[in-house]
Structures are given as C-alpha cells and as structure tokens.
Design a protein around this ligand. Structure first.
Ligand SMILES: *[C@@H]1O[C@H](CO)[C@@H](O)[C@H](O)[C@H]1NC(C)=O
Ligand SMILES: *[C@@H]1O[C@H](CO)[C@@H](O)[C@H](O)[C@H]1NC(C)=O
Ligand SMILES: [Zn+2]
Length: 356
C-alpha cells in the first residue's frame, strides 16, 4: 500500500495551492479528505488522493477509506441535511460527447435539470469523431432540450483553433470572440428546427446560447453587471500561461459589456483527471465536499463544474461505474435538501427554506 501511495503522490497532477505550510511534508485538508498538500520550502502544492482513496491524518498519506477517520461513508452521508437553504447549479461542459447519454439518463432518473455548456464542433465529423459518435451527439443535444435542461455557450470549438490545451488557448481577441454566440448557436438551432421543436423553444435556446457563456479553460465571472449585486471575478492562475488567461479576461469583458452576455465561471469542481478523463473521486466524497455555498460568488448558491466525458462507461472505484457515482451523488444531494436550478435564473434565484 505504502509504495502505491507514494507513487500516486508523486504522479498526482499537482497545482500550486493556497495552504499555509508550517513545515515541509505532506498534510491533509481540514475540510476535505480527498485533498492533500505537499509543502516544500514554504510553498504548497495541492493534489487529490487517487479515486477510492482518502487522506489518512494519522499516517499522513492516501489510504483505503476504512483506514481513515474520514466521515465519507455512505451511511453518514445519507443522514446529512444541508445546514441552510442552498441551490445547486449542476453544469456540464464540453458536450455533447462521450458520457452525455449516461449523464442524461442519471439526471432523468432523478428528475433534475442542469446546464450544459456546449461546443457545437461535437456535431462535426473529424479524424477524432466518427459518424456514429456525431449522430449520438446530435441525438443527445435534442434530448438535452427535450428533457428541459438549459444549453449555454462554451464556444464553437473550445478554442481548439488556437491550441489543444489551456496553454495559449486565447491568442487573438477579435478572432477568438467570433467563436462564441451565433457561430456556436447556429448548428444547434438548425438541428433543433429539423427535429421539429416549437418556435418558442427554439427562441429560448437561441437566447440562452447567445447570452450565457463559460470561457473554455478560464474561470471568469461577469454576471448582472447592470445591477447592484454584480459579480465580476477572474482567476488568472486558472489558465497556463497567464498571458492566455489575461486575454480570456479581455474577451469576457467584451462579451459582457458589448454583447450583454452573462459569463459564468464555477464555485466548485467535481475534479477530473484530464489525461484519463476520469473523475478523481466518487459521488459520496463529492457530496461531502459540497457545503452551503458560504464561499461561493453568491451565498447559498453553488455552481458546480462537471464534464460530460467523465461519466462515459468505465470503472472508477472497482465497484461503481462513473454513472453510478453520479446517481449516488444526486441521490444524496436531493435527500439532503439541496435545490437544483439552471443558470438562466441564477441572478433572480433565492434559496428557499423548504417546508418539511
Ligand atoms: C466511433 O467512435 C466511438 C467513440 O470513439 C467508438 O467507440 C466506435 O467504435 C467508433 N465506431 C466506428 C464505426 O468506428
Ligand atoms: C437567433 O436570435 C438572433 C437575434 O438575437 C437572430 O438574429 C437569429 O435569426 C436567431 N436565430 C434563429 C435560428 O432563430
Ligand atoms: Zn471546457
């Protein structure tokens, strides 16, 4: 076990973290047993324990859950109730693609509506995307709308015209901006018209696809700028290199100020390993991490970032599939009293005290 753990610790994708180092070594996160920090020369790098393992405070390493004093057991989780009224905005990025079918089935089973930040190049056949996949993606876009979810804009191609990853994702503001809005909306609207949706539905999708954006790679917020409770925030260190991130900030400004777009980042993330496209921990730990949105952009509201592709069929903990992990998460969150909404009403929403 120790060997495996040490190997994982060195391999885990570590990012610079906000953690005060008292000495060098490895330390768990007080509020989150899935997380740990590696301190060296006073600097902290944060990482997650591999899927299925949690931080053991006693031995200071990732370990089997039964060996830790962490409360992430399904029995404990089932008894938890959210402490104050909290709205959960589930958002799924980069689809429709692999995993969207499984994800839609899970949401349908719980009758929960979510927001999908889509890239319409998923409807295009390329070397990486065959006709079968494209047809499934198109079918799923129809399902997303038919099943009452919200579709929003994540740019036509996820900035792939510049770069395959976050590095240099943004290069030319006036060119990059043309990949948002009408360019991303047109293929979706064409498809939905062909599928026979009513004009009112098409118009609503046209509205949400043009006025609700999430920037690929970059956590930027421009919400309600014409109002007293405006949210404007950027996370420069969220994109590498920072020059790319600085351009994302400028694009978010133009979208908000010139086009009246609401730009949504995220408060929390169901973290995923982007090399393997797997979630880093299961549904119960994700649920245990949620909290009440005290540190969110707006109190009592949590915008949770997830990715469709993480829920494609594959084993993550040896016993549950990723879809089963999602079902478990939805079940726990619903049972705990979280309210679910889509981002089109974010600004007006007020968390409701529910009558029991
Ligand atoms: C098409 O792509 C999917 C997803 O990558 C793959 O599972 C499937 O085998 C491919 N089908 C054909 C006919 O090549
Ligand atoms: C979408 O809305 C824009 C105006 O915001 C309009 O110009 C365009 O024709 C609409 N597209 C469709 C397909 O309805
Ligand atoms: Zn994305």
């Amino acid at each position: 076990m120790v060997d495996i753990v040490l190997l994982f610790l060195t391999l885990a994708g570590q990012v610079r973290a906000k953690f005060t180092c008292k000495s060098d070594g490895h330390f768990g996160d007080e509020n989150d047993c899935t997380k740990f920090y590696h301190c060296a020369n006073g600097r902290a790098m944060g990482g997650f324990c591999p899927a299925g393992l949690l931080w053991n405070q006693a031995t200071q390493q990732c370990d089997w859950p039964s060996m830790t004093d962490c409360d992430f057991t399904i029995e404990k989780a089932k008894q938890l109730q959210v402490e104050s009224p909290t709205i959960l905005y589930l958002t799924f990025d980069d689809g429709p693609n692999l995993g969207t079918t499984e994800l839609l089935d899970a949401l349908k089973a719980h009758n929960i509506r979510a927001t999908f930040f889509i890239n319409d190049d998923n409807l295009e056949i390329t070397e990486k995307r065959n006709e079968t996949q494209v047809l499934e993606n198109a079918n799923n876009l129809v399902r997303i709308v038919a099943e009452g979810h919200m579709v929003a804009d994540h740019s036509y191609d996820h900035m792939k015209h510049n770069s395959d990853g976050p590095k240099d994702a943004y290069q030319d503001i006036s060119n990059d901006i043309s990949y948002f809005g009408p360019r991303n909306a047109a293929p979706a609207l064409y498809l939905l018209k062909k599928a026979g949706f009513e004009e009112a539905t098409i118009n609503f999708v046209n509205y949400t696809l043009n006025y609700f954006v999430r920037m690929p790679y970059s956590n930027n917020w421009r919400v309600g700028l014409d109002n007293g409770r405006a949210i404007s925030a950027d996370c420069l260190e969220c994109t590498v290199p920072a020059s790319s991130s600085r351009k994302a900030v400028k694009i978010a400004d133009v979208l908000a100020k010139e086009y009246g777009v609401q730009v949504f980042g995220w408060d929390m993330e169901w973290s995923m390993n982007f090399n393997t496209n797997r979630i880093k921990y299961g549904g119960t730990p994700m649920f245990m991490r949620l909290g009440t949105g005290a540190h969110s952009k707006q109190k009592g509201k949590i915008v949770l970032l997830c990715h469709d592709i993480a829920f494609r069929p594959h084993e993550i903990t040896g016993s549950l599939s990723a879809q089963e992990e999602l079902l478990e998460f939805l079940d726990l969150a619903k049972n705990a009293g979280y309210q679910f909404k889509t981002l089109d009403t974010y600004y007006m929403d007020e968390p409701q005290t529910q009558s029991v």
